[in-house]
Design a protein around this ligand. Structure first.
Ligand SMILES: C[S@@+](CC[C@H](N)C(=O)[O-])C[C@H]1O[C@@H](n2cnc3c(N)ncnc32)[C@H](O)[C@@H]1O
Length: 334
């Protein structure tokens, strides 16, 4: 087995037509547009700067946040079963890889049968740095980190396909739950459009569970999730010359029963004005008014199989963790 060199590329290295828009300008525009809506909102993608990425890693280790451990238990227990459904010569691409810690179980099982190219795709440079560290001791994995949005990264990864290769796309951690349900369908259809028949998608989805455990998971007593959420305002202060006074805002969790989702908000504790120079924006918040920062939709098993059908896949198999209800579903592109 050869030992491919470790590698890390920016999207431009694989994609000859990089986006012309500097990321800071996009951020400034997104903040202006989101904070101007009647229900103010900020896109969750901006939670993951260097500080946010480190805080998310800490969240995954909290006793109250069972999601990551459930995802990891399934990958550890069933990596071999999952791979039995797939042909040889796999290339692995992971959407929103984060540190890739859980993915290790799958890649270890896979490298027993082949040398491997692995494309972790993440908008966060520091997540990719952690991911490279995670796999530094696995000589049979050639890692090509793509600092890009999900679809940009996936397009770049599949553009390297050689005849006879099959792509396995990982979308773990119930990150699909961050999309509104119709937007998730649309996104998964886009993923399908990047793939060829026979390619696979392994989708990790958090299942419905009692609201009390969700509240604890997303509002832990240590306040790590609160810090993760409020860091978004700190990031706006740092990068866009905002003047949010963090002490005057708080972390708030809601559960929307009809939509079956946890919502993460930032609540203004008093009436106050905030200016964000790079977004050319001044907002006046009422006391109790919130900024919606993230949605985490919860799923049932049947709807995951239905989602596969709506989006150009067939659900080949599912593995369920009953300790923290969570499902790994293997979809095959038709
Ligand atoms: C909820 S975390 C999940 C991380 C890891 N997959 C896990 O299961 O623990 C989401 C990850 O996706 C990345 N991310 C969020 N939105 C993204 C986007 N639009 N494009 C690419 N990466 C994104 C974040 O930086 C973060 O590392």
């Amino acid at each position: 087995m050869s030992t491919p060199a470790f590698d890390a590329l920016k999207i431009d290295d694989l994609c000859p037509t990089p986006s012309a828009t500097p990321i800071r300008e996009e951020f400034a525009r997104a903040v202006r547009s989101g904070l101007s809506k009647p229900q103010r909102e900020l896109p969750s993608i901006y939670l993951y700067d260097e500080v946010g990425t480190a805080l998310f890693e800490a969240i995954t280790k909290l006793p109250e946040y069972g999601l990551t451990r459930a995802d990891e238990r399934l990958l550890r227990r069933y990596a071999h079963q999952i791979l039995e459904h797939l042909p040889p010569s796999l290339i692995v691409a992971e959407l929103g890889s984060g540190s890739g810690r859980k993915t290790r179980w799958l890649l270890e099982a896979l490298t027993r049968r082949q040398a491997l190219v692995y494309f972790p795709i993440d908008i966060s440079a520091s997540a990719l740095t952690k991911c490279r560290q995670e796999f530094a001791d696995m000589g049979s994995v050639s890692l090509v980190g793509l600092e890009a949005s999900y679809l940009e990264g996936l397009h770049a990864a599949v553009s390297t396909r050689r005849p006879g290769q099959t792509f396995l796309v990982l979308f773990l951690g119930s990150t699909v739950g961050n999309f509104e349900r119709p937007a998730a369908d649309k996104f998964l259809r886009e993923v399908r459009r990047c793939l060829s028949p026979g390619d696979a998608l392994l989708l990790g989805c958090d299942l419905e569970k009692p609201v009390e455990s969700l509240f604890l998971a997303y509002d832990d007593p240590l306040g790590v999730t609160a810090a993760f959420n409020l860091n978004l305002l700190a990031r706006i202060n740092r990068e866009l010359q905002g003047d949010f006074v963090l002490e005057q805002f708080s972390h708030q969790i809601r559960y929307d029963k009809r939509e079956r989702r946890v919502e993460m908000h930032i609540r203004s504790e008093r009436r106050q004005s905030v200016s964000i120079r790079a977004s050319e924006l001044t907002c006046t918040f009422r006391e109790g008014e919130t900024i919606w920062t993230e949605a985490c939709h919860k799923f049932c098993l049947e709807e995951i199989s239905e989602m596969a059908q709506h989006t150009g896949f067939v659900c080949r198999a599912q593995w369920v963790d009953h300790e923290w209800p969570f499902a790994e579903s293997l979809w095959i592109a038709v």
